[in-house]
Design a protein around this ligand. Sequence first.
Ligand code: PMV
Length: 337
Amino acid sequence: MNLSAFGGLPLRSFETCWKAPSNIAFVKYWGKKGHQLPANPSLSLTLSECTTTTKLKLSEGEALSVSLLLDGKEMPGFAQKVQTYLQGLSKDLPWLLQSHFHIETSNTFPHGTGIASSASGMAAIALCLADYLFQGQRDSDFYQTASNLARLASGSACRSLYGGFASWGEVSDEYASPLEVHPELRELCDDVLVISSAEKSVSSRAGHERMQEHPFASARFEQAKKNYQQSKAALQSGDIHEVGRILETEALTLHAMMMTSPQGFTLFRPNSLVAMEKVRLFRQETKLPLYYTLDAGPNIHLIYPENSEIKKFIQSELSPLGEKLIADRAGEGPVLC
Ligand code: PMV
């Protein structure tokens, strides 16, 4: 639904609270076209434990203003980011220019653990906003609009609106959609091995920009389209080995794009490589379906169907390589608090 359809909404006091999960991409979004539109389709697993809970209070103000507490602490930088985002939305929703937002937000995963909080954080804010627009109506239009609002804040956030798997860039470039998969792949585990929680040297925003001038950009977008189709087919037929093969190719390609961009950079660390190699050898020896992926950072997401032997290996061989291990798994999607 077009956001401008809500342009004439009368301003009223409003309060809501949503909990939204993070997600991990199996086929990556890396490179944009137009305004916050993806250069290729992507798909991701919505997580269960890594979530953001956001309370939003809206009241009438003289001009658009935002106050924001993260875990009880004032965050002027984050408040400014949200204000810039709302300012952008005011083209379609002019009443935003007379609103004051008070936002209280908290993450289940400690800040700076290397888990991207923008997907869950922006999805939670988008749900609060959509709640205001839809006034209690929570049908597929509500979730599509919330997904569209989340995308405008952070692309990957638009996929956090649905439980299980979500895809973005096939049905629409403007919002994500739920993706049905084979029953055996609905309950995948994702143990996040935090190799380093240090701040990234290059932000995702800057990384996307570097795809503009990238010598391999068009080949990458073609490959991603193919990987998307193949990954989706494998997820639907329940072929974990094919899903895992593409998962690892996507992670390696994402980081290869970073390394080969005109101003090349690396985000992984020596222990990221050690962990990847250990996973490969473990799989070779045991034939058990343990696979890895990385986000735009050094941390390793370990993806596998529930299995005690795999868990034992992760605890004894991989866990010592990182600062901490966060056990997560497929989640149900956002909830109203
Ligand atoms: O959502 P953004 O703009 O921070 O981009 C993040 C993209 C990746 O996380 C690296 C990949 C993805 O599809 O989630």
